[in-house]
Write a protein that binds this ligand. Structure first.
Ligand code: GUN
Length: 295
């Protein structure tokens, strides 16, 4: 029976730890950490994700500076909101929830976020820091996967890792993080031929394809560690990109959906925000309390 990579439990533990960090540094900082989640339009899945993020912030004592803008909001007004948040000293982290409504251009909006407040690690400068192995905020979902693997003692150095999916949000930064941990990484995507022959080579298989139940037993080597980043709402409930019941008997470890990667994405957003707050409010770099979770 495969080990469950339980993101919910690790997320709970990390939330408690973050609460402790906030409590010990609050007096010196003079204010709590602040996060602004900008949601534009009414994408229903985004609504669920943003609610999770806002609730997690309020549980651990991060102030919410977010806004929900109408889907008809012009690009210039979204930009003005970002600039206002960049200038607000009480805001340590800014996140623009994706996808944006048709008509808004994501690139210039993400580029407008102050890289020091980029809670999502999606600014080109921070993606560049990741590419170069330099410190900086990291994308939350792949960083959450790395924390989950570390917690379960999954060895990466010298192992063969396969990432299915090449998005900027997950697949690309995931591949870079696994490579930085000395795995030998292959990225497969929608145009990959004979996907199963590639994924069956994986010691560690991270699936971020965005297609419900796409990978099954035929894609997985016996003893592989399987991380399912997908989350889909279907008539029979939530499911991932992996056919869990088929793969669990083969894998040595597997993340469930829900309760695997999802809670870790939210937690790493909190980690990025608290880390930014720590540095912006005079916390000593040498005494950084979240060092093990940061690059
Ligand atoms: N949409 C789905 N997941 C995410 C995420 O982690 N960050 C942002 N900004 N948008 C998302």
């Amino acid at each position: 029976m495969a080990t469950r990579l339980d993101g919910r439990q690790l997320a709970n533990e990390l939330e408690q730890r973050l609460q402790g960090v906030i409590a010990t540094h609050l007096a010196e900082a003079g204010r709590p950490p602040g996060l602004a989640v900008l949601r534009v339009g009414d994408d229903p899945a985004s609504g669920v994700y943003v609610t999770h993020k806002e609730k997690a912030c309020s549980r651990i004592g991060i102030t919410n500076h977010g806004a929900h803008l109408a889907s008809t909001t012009p690009q210039a007004e979204v930009l003005a909101q970002i600039e206002r948040l960049n200038a607000d000293p009480a805001v340590d982290g800014i996140l623009v929830q994706l996808p944006l409504p048709a008509g808004l251009d994501e690139g210039p909006l993400l580029a407008a976020i102050d890289p020091a407040k980029d809670a999502d690690g999606l600014h080109a400068l921070n993606l560049g820091h990741l590419l170069k192995g330099e410190p900086g905020p990291r994308s939350c979902t792949p960083a959450g996967v790395m924390a989950l693997l570390a917690r379960h003692g999954v060895e990466l150095a010298g192992k063969r890792a396969v990432v299915v999916g090449r998005s900027i949000l997950v697949g690309q930064p995931m591949a870079l993080m696994l490579q930085a941990a000395n795995a030998t990484v292959t990225v497969a995507h929608s145009r990959t031929q004979d996907l199963a022959s590639i994924t069956r080579q994986a010691d560690v298989l991270v699936v971020a394809a965005g297609k419900p139940l796409m990978l099954g037993a035929e894609h997985v080597k016996a003893g592989a560690v399987v991380v399912d980043v997908g989350i889909h709402r279907t008539e029979s409930g939530l499911c991932g990109d992996v056919r869990f019941a088929e793969v669990e008997p083969i894998a040595s470890a597997i993340s469930p959906v829900p309760g695997g990667v999802g809670p870790m994405t939210v937690t790493l957003l909190l980690v990025n925000t608290v880390a930014s707050w720590w540095s912006r409010t005079g916390g000593a770099a040498s005494a950084h309390p979240l060092r093990d979770l940061l690059p």
